[in-house]
Design a protein around this ligand. Structure first.
Ligand code: 13P
Ligand code: SF4
Length: 354
Protein backbone atom coordinates (compact mmCIF):
# COMPACT_ATOMS: atom_id res chain seq x y z
CA UNK A 1 0.00 0.00 0.00
CA UNK A 2 1.28 3.53 -0.72
CA UNK A 3 2.40 5.41 2.38
CA UNK A 4 0.08 7.95 4.00
CA UNK A 5 1.11 11.31 2.44
CA UNK A 6 0.55 13.14 5.72
CA UNK A 7 2.94 10.83 7.58
CA UNK A 8 5.49 11.03 4.77
CA UNK A 9 5.44 14.82 5.07
CA UNK A 10 5.75 14.68 8.87
CA UNK A 11 8.73 12.31 8.68
CA UNK A 12 10.39 14.53 6.09
CA UNK A 13 9.79 17.68 8.15
CA UNK A 14 11.08 16.08 11.38
CA UNK A 15 14.21 14.83 9.64
CA UNK A 16 14.81 18.25 8.16
CA UNK A 17 14.45 19.93 11.58
CA UNK A 18 16.87 17.47 13.15
CA UNK A 19 19.37 17.85 10.30
CA UNK A 20 22.83 16.48 11.10
CA UNK A 21 21.77 15.68 14.66
CA UNK A 22 20.08 12.48 13.51
CA UNK A 23 21.47 9.58 11.49
CA UNK A 24 18.93 7.04 10.22
CA UNK A 25 20.11 3.52 9.42
CA UNK A 26 17.87 1.06 7.55
CA UNK A 27 18.24 -2.67 7.03
CA UNK A 28 17.29 -3.99 3.58
CA UNK A 29 14.29 -5.88 5.03
CA UNK A 30 12.58 -2.67 6.10
CA UNK A 31 9.34 -1.54 4.50
CA UNK A 32 9.55 0.86 1.53
CA UNK A 33 7.71 3.53 3.55
CA UNK A 34 10.55 3.44 6.10
CA UNK A 35 13.60 2.75 3.94
CA UNK A 36 12.96 5.97 1.97
CA UNK A 37 14.05 7.92 5.08
CA UNK A 38 17.27 5.98 5.72
CA UNK A 39 20.55 7.89 5.31
CA UNK A 40 22.32 4.57 4.89
CA UNK A 41 20.91 1.16 3.96
CA UNK A 42 22.76 -2.11 4.21
CA UNK A 43 23.15 -5.68 5.35
CA UNK A 44 24.04 -6.34 8.97
CA UNK A 45 27.76 -5.97 8.35
CA UNK A 46 27.52 -2.69 6.47
CA UNK A 47 25.18 -1.23 9.09
CA UNK A 48 27.53 -2.27 11.93
CA UNK A 49 30.44 -0.67 10.12
CA UNK A 50 28.55 2.49 9.17
CA UNK A 51 26.90 3.00 12.56
CA UNK A 52 30.00 4.86 13.74
CA UNK A 53 30.31 6.88 10.51
CA UNK A 54 28.68 10.02 11.95
CA UNK A 55 30.24 10.55 15.38
CA UNK A 56 28.76 14.06 15.53
CA UNK A 57 25.15 12.82 15.19
CA UNK A 58 23.46 12.86 18.60
CA UNK A 59 20.85 10.30 17.65
CA UNK A 60 21.01 7.09 15.66
CA UNK A 61 17.54 5.96 14.65
CA UNK A 62 17.87 2.29 13.80
CA UNK A 63 15.26 0.94 11.40
CA UNK A 64 15.95 -2.74 11.86
CA UNK A 65 15.74 -5.14 14.77
CA UNK A 66 16.86 -5.06 18.41
CA UNK A 67 20.23 -6.84 18.08
CA UNK A 68 21.24 -4.39 15.34
CA UNK A 69 20.38 -1.40 17.53
CA UNK A 70 22.36 -2.94 20.41
CA UNK A 71 25.36 -3.40 18.14
CA UNK A 72 25.06 0.20 17.00
CA UNK A 73 25.03 1.34 20.63
CA UNK A 74 28.15 -0.73 21.34
CA UNK A 75 30.02 0.61 18.31
CA UNK A 76 29.13 4.30 18.65
CA UNK A 77 30.48 6.78 21.16
CA UNK A 78 28.96 7.35 24.60
CA UNK A 79 27.35 10.66 23.66
CA UNK A 80 25.32 9.08 20.87
CA UNK A 81 21.89 7.68 21.69
CA UNK A 82 20.41 4.82 19.71
CA UNK A 83 16.65 4.66 19.14
CA UNK A 84 14.66 1.63 17.95
CA UNK A 85 11.28 3.00 16.75
CA UNK A 86 9.39 -0.06 18.04
CA UNK A 87 10.80 -2.03 20.97
CA UNK A 88 8.85 -5.10 19.84
CA UNK A 89 11.13 -5.39 16.80
CA UNK A 90 13.13 -8.36 18.04
CA UNK A 91 14.46 -11.39 16.21
CA UNK A 92 13.13 -14.86 16.97
CA UNK A 93 16.48 -16.39 16.01
CA UNK A 94 18.40 -14.17 18.42
CA UNK A 95 15.94 -15.18 21.15
CA UNK A 96 16.84 -18.85 20.63
CA UNK A 97 20.11 -18.45 22.56
CA UNK A 98 19.91 -16.99 26.07
CA UNK A 99 22.92 -16.15 28.23
CA UNK A 100 22.00 -18.90 30.73
CA UNK A 101 21.70 -21.55 28.03
CA UNK A 102 25.01 -20.59 26.49
CA UNK A 103 26.78 -20.60 29.87
CA UNK A 104 25.39 -24.09 30.48
CA UNK A 105 26.59 -25.21 27.05
CA UNK A 106 30.09 -23.98 27.84
CA UNK A 107 30.01 -26.10 31.03
CA UNK A 108 28.99 -29.12 28.95
CA UNK A 109 31.92 -28.49 26.63
CA UNK A 110 34.26 -28.13 29.62
CA UNK A 111 33.04 -31.45 31.05
CA UNK A 112 33.72 -33.13 27.71
CA UNK A 113 37.21 -31.62 27.85
CA UNK A 114 36.78 -29.54 24.68
CA UNK A 115 36.10 -26.00 25.94
CA UNK A 116 39.80 -25.13 25.88
CA UNK A 117 40.10 -25.92 22.19
CA UNK A 118 36.76 -24.38 21.16
CA UNK A 119 36.37 -20.86 19.78
CA UNK A 120 32.91 -19.30 19.88
CA UNK A 121 31.73 -17.61 16.68
CA UNK A 122 28.44 -15.80 17.09
CA UNK A 123 26.24 -14.56 14.33
CA UNK A 124 25.40 -10.87 14.54
CA UNK A 125 21.81 -12.02 15.11
CA UNK A 126 22.31 -12.52 18.83
CA UNK A 127 21.83 -10.48 21.99
CA UNK A 128 24.58 -8.28 23.42
CA UNK A 129 24.92 -10.88 26.24
CA UNK A 130 25.84 -13.58 23.74
CA UNK A 131 28.27 -11.23 22.03
CA UNK A 132 29.85 -10.52 25.42
CA UNK A 133 30.15 -14.28 26.11
CA UNK A 134 31.85 -14.59 22.73
CA UNK A 135 34.31 -11.80 23.50
CA UNK A 136 35.11 -13.21 26.95
CA UNK A 137 35.96 -16.60 25.47
CA UNK A 138 38.23 -15.35 22.73
CA UNK A 139 35.70 -15.54 19.90
CA UNK A 140 34.40 -13.28 17.17
CA UNK A 141 31.11 -12.10 15.74
CA UNK A 142 30.29 -12.77 12.11
CA UNK A 143 27.57 -11.80 9.66
CA UNK A 144 26.35 -13.61 6.59
CA UNK A 145 28.85 -11.63 4.52
CA UNK A 146 32.00 -12.65 6.43
CA UNK A 147 31.14 -16.01 8.04
CA UNK A 148 33.80 -17.81 5.98
CA UNK A 149 36.53 -15.39 7.07
CA UNK A 150 35.37 -15.54 10.67
CA UNK A 151 35.54 -19.34 10.64
CA UNK A 152 38.97 -19.36 8.97
CA UNK A 153 40.19 -17.06 11.72
CA UNK A 154 38.53 -19.16 14.47
CA UNK A 155 40.15 -22.37 13.19
CA UNK A 156 43.52 -20.61 13.32
CA UNK A 157 42.86 -20.04 17.04
CA UNK A 158 41.44 -23.41 18.05
CA UNK A 159 40.36 -26.86 16.89
CA UNK A 160 36.61 -26.48 17.11
CA UNK A 161 34.00 -23.79 16.73
CA UNK A 162 30.85 -23.30 18.77
CA UNK A 163 28.61 -21.51 16.26
CA UNK A 164 25.73 -19.46 17.70
CA UNK A 165 22.78 -19.24 17.19
CA UNK A 166 22.04 -20.04 13.50
CA UNK A 167 22.74 -23.68 12.72
CA UNK A 168 22.10 -23.09 9.03
CA UNK A 169 24.60 -20.29 8.49
CA UNK A 170 27.16 -22.33 10.44
CA UNK A 171 26.54 -25.53 8.50
CA UNK A 172 26.25 -23.84 5.12
CA UNK A 173 29.51 -21.98 5.58
CA UNK A 174 31.40 -25.02 6.86
CA UNK A 175 30.11 -27.45 4.24
CA UNK A 176 29.42 -25.33 1.17
CA UNK A 177 32.26 -22.83 1.47
CA UNK A 178 34.95 -24.67 3.44
CA UNK A 179 34.62 -28.26 2.28
CA UNK A 180 33.81 -29.79 5.66
CA UNK A 181 31.43 -32.72 5.69
CA UNK A 182 28.00 -32.84 7.29
CA UNK A 183 29.47 -35.36 9.76
CA UNK A 184 31.92 -32.70 10.98
CA UNK A 185 28.90 -30.79 12.32
CA UNK A 186 26.82 -31.66 15.38
CA UNK A 187 23.79 -29.78 16.68
CA UNK A 188 23.64 -28.69 20.32
CA UNK A 189 20.04 -28.60 21.53
CA UNK A 190 19.75 -26.25 24.53
CA UNK A 191 16.49 -27.92 25.54
CA UNK A 192 18.09 -31.30 26.13
CA UNK A 193 20.45 -32.28 28.94
CA UNK A 194 24.02 -32.06 27.71
CA UNK A 195 22.69 -30.52 24.50
CA UNK A 196 21.55 -34.00 23.47
CA UNK A 197 25.15 -34.92 22.61
CA UNK A 198 27.61 -37.36 24.11
CA UNK A 199 31.13 -36.33 25.13
CA UNK A 200 32.37 -38.55 22.28
CA UNK A 201 30.28 -36.69 19.74
CA UNK A 202 31.52 -33.35 21.03
CA UNK A 203 35.12 -34.53 20.84
CA UNK A 204 34.71 -35.79 17.27
CA UNK A 205 32.96 -32.66 15.93
CA UNK A 206 34.63 -29.70 14.28
CA UNK A 207 31.55 -27.50 14.24
CA UNK A 208 29.21 -27.46 17.22
CA UNK A 209 26.10 -25.76 15.87
CA UNK A 210 23.57 -24.16 18.17
CA UNK A 211 20.05 -25.33 17.43
CA UNK A 212 18.69 -21.98 16.25
CA UNK A 213 17.22 -20.92 12.94
CA UNK A 214 15.38 -18.13 11.18
CA UNK A 215 11.70 -18.96 10.77
CA UNK A 216 11.43 -16.65 7.76
CA UNK A 217 14.18 -18.36 5.76
CA UNK A 218 13.17 -21.75 7.17
CA UNK A 219 10.04 -21.58 5.02
CA UNK A 220 12.00 -22.14 1.82
CA UNK A 221 12.34 -25.82 0.99
CA UNK A 222 13.96 -27.95 -1.68
CA UNK A 223 10.48 -28.14 -3.22
CA UNK A 224 10.44 -24.34 -3.57
CA UNK A 225 13.67 -24.57 -5.58
CA UNK A 226 12.58 -27.52 -7.74
CA UNK A 227 9.20 -25.96 -8.30
CA UNK A 228 10.51 -22.61 -9.54
CA UNK A 229 13.08 -24.32 -11.78
CA UNK A 230 10.28 -26.30 -13.36
CA UNK A 231 8.00 -23.29 -13.80
CA UNK A 232 10.68 -20.95 -15.17
CA UNK A 233 13.32 -22.75 -17.22
CA UNK A 234 16.76 -21.17 -17.01
CA UNK A 235 16.01 -19.29 -13.81
CA UNK A 236 18.88 -18.53 -11.41
CA UNK A 237 18.24 -19.32 -7.77
CA UNK A 238 19.76 -16.81 -5.34
CA UNK A 239 19.30 -17.40 -1.60
CA UNK A 240 20.39 -16.15 1.79
CA UNK A 241 22.64 -18.50 3.83
CA UNK A 242 20.07 -18.60 6.66
CA UNK A 243 18.14 -21.04 4.43
CA UNK A 244 18.32 -24.76 5.18
CA UNK A 245 21.29 -26.69 3.88
CA UNK A 246 19.41 -28.55 1.14
CA UNK A 247 18.06 -25.23 -0.22
CA UNK A 248 21.52 -23.64 -0.23
CA UNK A 249 23.03 -26.77 -1.81
CA UNK A 250 20.48 -26.60 -4.63
CA UNK A 251 20.86 -22.83 -5.21
CA UNK A 252 23.10 -21.18 -7.81
CA UNK A 253 24.22 -18.25 -5.64
CA UNK A 254 24.26 -17.74 -1.88
CA UNK A 255 24.96 -14.60 0.10
CA UNK A 256 23.92 -11.74 2.36
CA UNK A 257 21.27 -9.20 1.45
CA UNK A 258 23.93 -6.82 0.17
CA UNK A 259 25.39 -9.64 -1.95
CA UNK A 260 21.93 -10.41 -3.33
CA UNK A 261 21.51 -6.78 -4.42
CA UNK A 262 25.01 -6.60 -5.97
CA UNK A 263 24.43 -9.87 -7.84
CA UNK A 264 21.23 -8.55 -9.39
CA UNK A 265 22.87 -5.22 -10.25
CA UNK A 266 25.54 -7.12 -12.17
CA UNK A 267 23.09 -9.52 -13.86
CA UNK A 268 22.51 -9.17 -17.61
CA UNK A 269 19.23 -7.90 -19.05
CA UNK A 270 16.91 -10.78 -19.86
CA UNK A 271 18.09 -12.90 -16.94
CA UNK A 272 15.59 -14.43 -14.53
CA UNK A 273 16.05 -14.76 -10.78
CA UNK A 274 14.24 -16.50 -7.95
CA UNK A 275 15.30 -14.92 -4.68
CA UNK A 276 15.00 -16.69 -1.32
CA UNK A 277 14.96 -14.03 1.35
CA UNK A 278 12.57 -11.63 3.07
CA UNK A 279 9.73 -10.33 0.93
CA UNK A 280 10.05 -6.53 1.37
CA UNK A 281 13.50 -6.78 -0.17
CA UNK A 282 12.50 -9.17 -2.95
CA UNK A 283 9.54 -6.98 -3.97
CA UNK A 284 11.71 -3.88 -3.99
CA UNK A 285 14.26 -5.64 -6.18
CA UNK A 286 11.57 -6.96 -8.53
CA UNK A 287 10.26 -3.41 -9.03
CA UNK A 288 13.71 -1.91 -9.36
CA UNK A 289 15.03 -4.35 -11.96
CA UNK A 290 11.90 -4.89 -14.07
CA UNK A 291 12.56 -1.79 -16.24
CA UNK A 292 16.04 -3.17 -17.00
CA UNK A 293 14.47 -6.39 -18.27
CA UNK A 294 15.60 -8.51 -15.32
CA UNK A 295 12.86 -10.68 -13.91
CA UNK A 296 12.96 -11.17 -10.14
CA UNK A 297 10.49 -13.49 -8.43
CA UNK A 298 10.06 -14.67 -4.86
CA UNK A 299 11.42 -18.19 -4.34
CA UNK A 300 8.30 -19.49 -2.65
CA UNK A 301 4.61 -19.18 -3.47
CA UNK A 302 3.62 -18.22 0.06
CA UNK A 303 4.12 -14.77 1.56
CA UNK A 304 7.17 -14.47 3.75
CA UNK A 305 7.78 -11.18 5.56
CA UNK A 306 9.87 -10.92 8.70
CA UNK A 307 7.11 -9.87 11.11
CA UNK A 308 9.51 -8.17 13.52
CA UNK A 309 11.33 -6.20 10.84
CA UNK A 310 7.86 -5.09 9.74
CA UNK A 311 7.09 -3.72 13.21
CA UNK A 312 9.02 -0.62 12.22
CA UNK A 313 6.43 1.21 10.18
CA UNK A 314 5.98 4.83 9.20
CA UNK A 315 3.83 5.77 12.24
CA UNK A 316 6.54 4.46 14.60
CA UNK A 317 9.28 6.23 12.67
CA UNK A 318 7.35 9.52 12.71
CA UNK A 319 6.73 9.16 16.45
CA UNK A 320 10.44 8.51 17.14
CA UNK A 321 11.61 11.43 14.98
CA UNK A 322 9.01 13.93 16.23
CA UNK A 323 9.85 12.97 19.83
CA UNK A 324 13.49 13.80 19.12
CA UNK A 325 12.44 17.15 17.67
CA UNK A 326 10.63 17.78 20.98
CA UNK A 327 13.79 16.85 22.90
CA UNK A 328 12.47 13.46 24.08
CA UNK A 329 14.48 10.32 23.40
CA UNK A 330 12.01 7.44 23.15
CA UNK A 331 12.85 3.72 22.93
CA UNK A 332 16.51 4.17 23.67
CA UNK A 333 18.63 1.02 23.35
CA UNK A 334 21.47 1.04 25.83
CA UNK A 335 23.81 -1.84 26.58
CA UNK A 336 25.26 -1.90 30.12
CA UNK A 337 28.99 -1.02 30.30
CA UNK A 338 30.24 -4.46 31.42
CA UNK A 339 28.38 -6.29 28.63
CA UNK A 340 29.42 -3.61 26.19
CA UNK A 341 33.11 -4.03 26.98
CA UNK A 342 33.25 -7.70 26.00
CA UNK A 343 30.68 -7.51 23.23
CA UNK A 344 32.74 -4.74 21.68
CA UNK A 345 35.84 -6.91 21.82
CA UNK A 346 34.03 -9.59 19.80
CA UNK A 347 32.59 -7.05 17.34
CA UNK A 348 35.97 -5.41 16.84
CA UNK A 349 37.50 -8.80 16.07
CA UNK A 350 34.95 -9.11 13.31
CA UNK A 351 35.64 -5.62 11.98
CA UNK A 352 39.36 -6.47 11.91
CA UNK A 353 38.93 -9.73 9.95
CA UNK A 354 41.12 -9.73 6.82
P1 13P B 1 22.10 -9.68 6.25
O1 13P B 1 21.42 -8.41 5.86
O2 13P B 1 23.37 -9.40 6.98
O3 13P B 1 22.30 -10.59 5.09
O4 13P B 1 21.19 -10.42 7.32
C1 13P B 1 19.92 -10.82 7.14
C2 13P B 1 19.13 -10.92 8.38
O5 13P B 1 18.46 -11.86 8.65
C3 13P B 1 19.12 -9.84 9.30
O6 13P B 1 18.25 -10.19 10.27
FE1 SF4 C 1 15.63 -12.55 12.61
FE2 SF4 C 1 15.01 -14.01 10.46
FE3 SF4 C 1 13.84 -11.65 10.85
FE4 SF4 C 1 16.44 -11.76 10.20
S1 SF4 C 1 14.71 -12.39 8.94
S2 SF4 C 1 15.50 -10.49 11.79
S3 SF4 C 1 17.05 -13.65 11.29
S4 SF4 C 1 13.66 -13.49 12.18
Amino acid sequence: APSDPDLVERARAAKEKLGERVFVLGHHYQRDEVIQFADVTGDSFKLARDAAARPEAEYIVFCGVHFMAESADILTNDRQQVVLPDLAAGCSMADMATAEQVAECWDVLAEAGVADVTVPVSYMNSSADIKAFTGRHGGTICTSSNARRALDWAFSQGEKVLFLPDQHLGRNTAVRDMGMSLEDCVVYNPHKPGGGLTAEELRAAKMILWRGHCSVHGRFTLDSVNDVRERVPGINVLVHPECRHEVVAAADHVGSTEYIIKTLEAAPAGSKWAVGTELNLVRRLANRFAPEGKEVVFLDRTVCFCSTMNRIDLPHLVWALESLVDGKVVNRIQVDPETEKFAKLALERMLALP
